[in-house]
Design a protein around this ligand. Sequence first.
Ligand SMILES: Cc1ncc(COP(=O)(O)O)c(C=O)c1O
Length: 392
Amino acid sequence: MSIDIEQVRADTPGVSHVNHLVSAGASLMPQVVVDAMVDHLNLEAQIGGYGAANQQSEMLGGVYDQVANLLGAKPQEIAIVENATVGWCQAFYALPLKRGDRVLTCQAEYAANYVAYLHRAKRDGIIIEVIPNDAHGAIDVEALEKMLAEPTALISITWVPTNGGLVNPAQAVGKLAKKYGVLYLLDACQAVGQMVVNVSEIGCDFLSATARKFLRGPRGIGCLYVREALIANMEPVVVDHFAANWVEKNRYELRSDARRFETWENAYALRAGLGAALAYADNVGLANIQKRAWKLAQTLRDQLTTIKGAQVHDAGVRHCAIVSFSIEGLDPVETVAALRAKNIIIGTSGVDSSRLDFEARKLPLLLRAAPHYFNTADEIGQLVAALKDQIK
Ligand SMILES: Cc1ncc(COP(=O)(O)O)c(C=O)c1O
């Protein structure tokens, strides 16, 4: 079944205020997501935070099943945390990497992850090696296989980078990780919610994601997937009395599930919002979402070719719903502000989010638009017309 766009837009109050084309930053929440959070906050106001969590325990506990369902994982493999970075760091810092251990990453790696590699290079002496790109600018899988001839502690890559249409070959990387018995950490922050994701098909051991982007959930909440067989041997960097039972004066026992990467106190209203966002996405259908969002992005790419001096800075062969571009003579920051004044919302993407890629391709600060399935071809047309007006 295809998407009922009128319904989806009626469900999304933001579309009557703005032409929101920046779901790679933070998307527009459907009203049901807002309602779920407000209802939970009201319940907290009425009966107290603990009472509200108790009363809603089934729904709140069910969010683990929903995340698992979205990722093709098991509920016990899911931790719900503050954001994608916290989830990613929980996995990365729990790995007992030591001096000389090789970590292979990609050219399009996200800044937060790369800074963490540098931190552990400084602190623990790990060695960071970057997998070269193929001729299209995606991870070169053959080059990766050659690199795996040497002992490797971890492959850690970004699936969909923050700054463009690239979709790295996550599954092909997963096959190699399995073949060579190397742990595989996947940053799926920009993929989850715009694409069909299945951790078994990808073959990753860890995956991190966030709610506010293509999932259309609230800010301040994200998740981590950890493959079940690995959990028992992972000591989180932070351990409290939720992550572990304090069983004797001098001994604790870590939880057996991925929630050992959580702590006791949580934003239950946000969790309720995440649950509503997951239900909403599931109802629309991830395959439908991917098809429409990618098609709208392609429409934008096509229409940008009609603007003099416009250049789309995609990499890879398949292109997702993130479109990064530049237009000769237009300053990105001023352009974003001018469009915002017309209620057209896009953003910028710069070297600080993906330094290796920006430097290798000598990219300037870029404009970034990311349509989602609730957008329309008309809205893409409005953006392109407004950009043309800016040039005049
Ligand atoms: C590729 C990628 N990974 C990770 C993150 C971090 O997500 P969060 O801000 O939820 O920690 C982002 C955010 O833009 C991202 O684009």
